[in-house]
Design a binder for this molecule. Structure first.
Ligand code: SAH
Length: 218
């Protein structure tokens, strides 16, 4: 058996444990989400110095002062959006590209925006090299969303905003959902679920979270 096979077996075992003990035991049940979390090789999204920690129950640094979220948070935020085949999603805050890959295992198309050019470029190259053809990365300020591809069935914001950007609500489909951490930068934020029903926009507090700040400009 080649070393490559041994290594991929090992990461598969670590993902199985991650899903069982960090994600299912905390209550995430959606089989589509659990399957995606079992499949996406999280270690390939991390800098060499962090690879050994890839399946730890923690967020990890990805360079440029940014972080990849804890696996449970990735799974939880994905489940909350109830993603389905046939849908089109927007992510704001590409970072490593890991969350985009998890979404792309479930929905048809993922558009994702990253404000730090080098991170966006690396994520885009990584996702192409891994064979993801249904993810498009753009470098820019996600505050404005991505009008050309709107409306979206789901929008996920993975940086902590001080308020909900109105363009993102506009670009949500009728019946669509958005999940976004809202609160003070670097302090605890609330994960908010936004649901759009015609003109009505419902907002619900989910759980306290801590994300890197939502930046502006570009
Ligand atoms: N979802 C990522 C982790 C996100 S960390 C992953 O799976 O790896 C948050 C990311 O949001 C950072 O990369 C940060 O640069 C980016 N970001 C912050 N403000 C932004 C904005 N206004 N538009 C787009 N990206 C933004």
């Amino acid at each position: 058996m080649s070393l490559m096979i041994l290594m991929s077996d090992r990461s598969q075992v670590m993902r199985e444990k991650m899903v069982e003990f960090q994600i299912e035991m905390r209550g995430v049940k959606d089989p589509l989400v659990l399957r995606a979390m079992r499949k996406v090789p999280r270690h390939l999204f991390l800098p060499a110095s962090q690879k050994d920690s890839a399946y730890d129950d923690a967020p990890l640094p990805i360079g440029f002062g940014q972080t990849i979220s804890q696996p449970y948070i990735v799974a939880y935020m994905t489940e909350v959006l109830n993603p389905q085949k046939g849908q089109r999603f927007l992510e704001v805050g590409t970072g490593s590209g890991y969350q985009a890959a998890v979404l792309a295992e479930i929905v048809d198309t993922v558009y994702t925006i990253e404000i730090i050019p080098e991170l966006g470029k690396r994520a885009s190259e990584r996702l192409s090299a891994m064979g993801y053809k249904n993810i498009t990365v753009k470098i820019g300020d996600g505050y404005e969303g991505w009008k050309e591809h709107a409306p979206f069935d789901g929008i996920m914001v993975t940086a902590g905003a001080e308020s909900i950007p109105p363009p993102l609500i506009e670009q949500l489909k009728d019946g669509g959902r958005m999940v976004i951490p809202v609160g003070s930068p670097y302090l605890v934020q609330n994960l908010i679920l936004v649901e759009k029903h015609g003109k009505a926009v419902l907002k619900r507090n989910l759980i306290p979270v801590r994300f890197v700040p939502f930046q502006r400009g570009q």
